[in-house]
Write a protein that binds this ligand. Structure first.
Ligand code: FAD
Length: 285
């Protein structure tokens, strides 16, 4: 099932992002979590590729597992930094053979363990190169890309990153945002894209907070703002349970505001957990 068509035919809906479990003994729990989410009827499920230290090999395995349910569409993430055209072709062909026809085309981050890694020497330099490759050789795939409502952390300015994003959006079918905690950034971005006449579904990436310290750390890395109102709410949480409740409330509020602004589709970063996202989702779908 192509995601592009789902976005065209559905009135509203949500997708879910998972990462392949790092350890074998986490796989059973992961499978149970996926089964529970099926009941909530997501539009599709996406599986990260080499993010947060998980191995790239596992993505295919997990995509195959999720795809076996046939209950929803599956979208593997694929990064192209350091990849060759042959390796990309080999992997996409394997997905194609499985009947998977969606891909989130990403650049990825330079490897931390390689000193002076030179992106310019790679066969793919930016996500747009991967988008072009998929368009040329696997045009029946629905292609998603990432975007950054507050600008990409490695870009020299918001404006520069926006120009690059617009170029890849012109070739893609839909775009999923980096997490954000201040809706005005997403809405401003949507307006800017519309002003350029680019007709693409922009999907907000929502992360209900379960562990504020970890989110703060990741936000620093991604240069995502933690608004004062969020700091204040979280500072009042006196237990893990309180924090989770506050995180669910905050994400629910974010979705409610975005729905009021006409946003129809949402992407949830599940972090492979059920209790947080499912509570937010149940409020709307
Ligand atoms: P690009 O679009 O290539 O942008 C990267 C940087 O290059 C930006 O600063 C941009 O402004 C600049 N740039 C783009 N084009 C040009 C150009 N032509 N000339 C000069 N500069 C240019 N990472 C993973 O490793 N695995 C995952 O599964 C994963 N999933 C993600 C899912 C989502 C929804 C998001 C938002 C991010 C995800 N990431 C993942 C993180 C992503 O790989 C990093 O943010 C990465 O640094 C940028 O990827 P990109 O595809 O946005 O790259």
């Amino acid at each position: 099932m192509r995601i592009k068509e789902r976005y065209k035919s559905e009135r509203t809906g949500f997708s879910l992002e998972f990462f392949p479990p790092k350890e074998r003994d986490q796989e059973e729990k992961f499978k149970e979590t996926i089964k529970k989410y099926i009941e909530l009827n997501p539009l599709y499920v996406s599986i990260t590729y080499g993010a947060g230290g998980t191995t790239q090999d596992k993505t295919f395995e997990i995509v195959k597992f999720v795809n076996s349910f046939k209950a929803f569409a599956v979208m593997p993430h694929l990064t192209c930094i350091g990849a060759t055209k042959d390796s990309v072709n080999f992997l996409i062909k394997k997905y194609d053979d499985l009947g998977v026809c969606n891909i989130l085309a990403l650049r990825g981050d330079p490897p931390k363990n390689v000193e002076n890694f030179d992106i310019s020497k790679g066969e793919f330099k930016h996500a747009i190169d991967l988008v072009k490759y998929v368009r040329e050789y696997f045009n029946h795939f629905s292609i998603g890309v990432a975007f950054y409502p507050e600008g990409h952390a490695q870009a020299s300015s918001f404006e520069e990153d926006f120009e690059h994003c617009i170029e890849k959006m012109r070739l893609a079918d839909f775009a999923i945002s980096q997490m954000f905690f201040e809706n005005s950034y997403f809405l401003r971005y949507r307006d800017l894209v519309a002003k350029r006449g680019v007709d693409i579904t922009l999907v907000p990436g929502i992360i209900p907070i379960g562990n504020f310290e970890k989110i703060k750390e990741f936000s620093k890395f991604c240069k995502v703002e933690i608004p004062k109102k969020l700091e204040d709410i979280m500072s009042k949480a006196s237990s893990q349970l309180d924090m989770k409740k506050a995180g669910i409330d905050y994400a629910t509020q974010q979705c409610a505001e975005l729905i009021k602004e006409g946003v129809k589709f949402f992407h949830f970063y599940t972090l492979n957990q059920f209790d947080l996202c499912s509570k937010v989702i149940e409020n709307f779908w």
